[in-house]
Design a protein around this ligand. Structure first.
Ligand code: DON
Length: 556
């Protein structure tokens, strides 16, 4: 079943460059989460309070995508302060982690050790980030902004087709943890459609946070249960890991493209740097003047080059030196662009270095705009569907398996041919490299808010969405556009059904591109504030079950 609401509100008499939007707008991966956000706006909350409510609601109703046991990046635009900032709530490696922790005595990667169960989980950042958002940016206490999520956890939400698909994908992992299976399956199978998933233990944890903020999660009874459950199941968390977790405020990555300012995720996400690199490369071409194959060729060549750099240079900026300024500089992109031939694909093997990236399977994004022009673009994750498929007993908190985003075996190819750079090696307390790319695109006339889940494909999805956006298309076009992806290695152009017509396909193959059609991917959520037209618009990816909506402000 596809649930998608697409509303457009346009005021007839529009002042030029309205200082405030004519309505608020929100798009998230679940209608109940979008509703939770509007509920909080209706109570006088701002976009940041709504972001708390949406994040917490998604933690309840989209347990396969994100949650209190995971992490994320919240890109904020604070209209009053005229300031953009990124809240880094990414998971950290536990303090007892070490670079070879997923290798056997012979130095081989232990299958699934970084994906399933307690040892796969990084120290969660979402609870600390929600507390930080509420205290530093919100107007309402957590007791108000967490209320919709607490209600959903207690009363339950109905299983959807997407829930069932995600649960079926992780049945093998669920088999290893009876607590996770009890909470999210029925008799060891995905629950039937409409089955109500109730999470009283998770409601209890959210209530502790409502009363005590981050301490309600990282200290006291909840923390004790988390650590005990993880250690009993072979994990390495300690009280100190939880007590010491801190969010970091980071300066977003910035770039320019055809008169628009790009504001996006900073390291430890690779998203912003790779996005700006691709746009810098493409800025040197007149894409509109090319045929479909020519345009796709250049987009793919830009992707190939940005992804090569991604794995080579990027990691946790608190641990490794990242040449951010160089990578973002237009001169650097000029060099990359000069190596592109119009008539021929560049074999990835001919570029120096070889660092493939892995692709995850679930995560979530939401976009929010409030009455004052505050904006949030947030991408949150527990990595694979249902994370590590592990729940410390008595908490209801499904833990992430984000440790898999580290290079499990730096410098040396593992059994699957995956190689990671030193910059992303496991180290105690380090944040693992991410592809999450919450983004704003801004001009005097417009503010665009977008992002998506999709593992290594997130960045190319945001690129394609951004190209539609700066072309003046509406948000539905950004989120619906057929997707194309190249990540340097493997040297393949992945594409959705219908991405190319026959002649474009043939022309790309004639240039030497290997094309591989795959089922659709991504779940983009987008909002547009068109200041020139004084209009607001929202759209949710038609591929999945989200809801984008525009709401007039409640009567005072
Ligand atoms: O942070 C990252 O890049 C990954 N953990 C995201 C995983 C993801 O998006 C999977 N989604 N489909």
């Amino acid at each position: 079943m596809l649930i998608r609401l697409f509303l457009l509100l346009c005021l007839a008499v529009a002042p030029l460059h309205a200082a405030q939007p004519p309505a608020s707008a929100m798009a998230s991966a679940h209608p109940l989460a979008t509703e939770a956000g509007f509920e909080i706006l209706d109570q006088g909350g701002n976009a940041f309070d709504a972001a708390v409510a949406v994040s917490a609601a998604l933690a309840v109703v989209e347990p396969y995508s994100s949650g209190l046991g995971g992490g994320g990046f919240w890109l904020l635009h604070d209209a009053d302060a005229s300031r953009d900032v990124m809240i880094d709530g990414r998971e950290r490696a536990p303090l007892a982690a070490h670079r070879d922790m997923y290798l056997d005595p012979r130095g081989e990667a232990i299958p699934r050790a970084s994906m399933d169960g307690a040892l796969a989980a990084g120290i969660p950042g979402v609870p600390a980030a929600l507390d930080h958002l509420a205290r530093e940016y919100g107007r309402l206490p957590l007791s108000a902004s967490l209320a919709p999520a607490i209600r959903l956890a207690r009363e339950g939400f109905a299983v959807t087709p997407h829930y069932r698909r995600m649960a079926a994908f992780r049945l093998e992992a669920f088999d290893k943890d009876p607590e996770a299976a009890r909470l999210f399956l029925r008799d060891g199978q995905p629950p039937e459609l409409g089955h109500l998933v109730r999470q009283p233990e998770l409601a209890w944890v959210l209530e502790r946070m409502a009363g005590e903020g981050a301490d309600g999660f990282y200290r006291g009874a909840v923390a004790e249960r988390l650590v005990a459950g993880v250690r009993k199941a072979g994990g390495i968390w300690t009280d100190k890991d939880l007590a010491e977790y801190q969010v970091v405020e980071r300066e977003p990555v910035r770039g320019q493209y055809r008169g628009f300012e790009i504001i996006s995720a900073a390291p430890p996400s690779s998203g912003g740097i790779a996005l700006v690199t691709m746009l810098n490369i493409l800025a040197g071409f007149d894409l509109a003047a090319l045929d479909e194959a020519g345009r796709a060729h250049l987009i793919v060549e830009a992707m190939r080059r940005a992804y090569r750099d991604r794995a080579e240079y990027l990691g946790d900026p608190d641990f490794v030196a990242i040449p951010t300024e160089r990578l973002l500089h237009p001169f650097y992109a000029d060099g990359l662009r000069a190596s592109i031939r119009m008539d021929k694909a560049t074999p990835s093997a001919s570029l120096p270095g070889a660092q493939p990236v892995k692709q995850g399977d679930d995560t979530t994004h939401f976009s929010i705009l409030d009455a004052d022009g505050n904006a949030v673009s947030a991408t949150l994750s527990i990595n694979y569907p249902f994370g590590a498929a592990f729940v410390p007993p008595g908490t209801g908190v499904l833990l992430n398996d984000e440790m898999d985003d580290f290079s499990i075996k730096p410098g040396v190819p593992n059994a699957y041919g995956l190689v990671g750079a030193e910059a992303n090696a496991i180290a105690p307390g380090r944040r693992m490299l991410s592809s999450m790319t919450p983004t704003f695109i801004r001009s005097d006339d417009q503010l665009m808010i977008l992002g998506s889940p999709g593992g290594s494909r997130i960045i190319t999805m945001v690129l394609l969405g951004a190209l539609e956006a700066v072309d003046g298309k509406p948000p539905l076009a950004w989120v619906a556009r057929p997707r194309v992806h190249h990540q340097y290695l493997p040297d393949v152009v992945y594409h959705e059904p219908g991405a190319f017509d026959g002649p474009a396909r043939a022309a790309l193959e004639a240039r030497g591109h290997a094309l591989l059609e795959q089922p659709t991917w991504g779940n983009m959520q987008a909002v547009l504030w068109d200041k020139a037209r004084n209009a607001v618009d929202a759209a949710s990816d038609p591929r999945v079950e989200g809801m984008g909506a525009v709401r007039a402000f409640p009567a005072p």
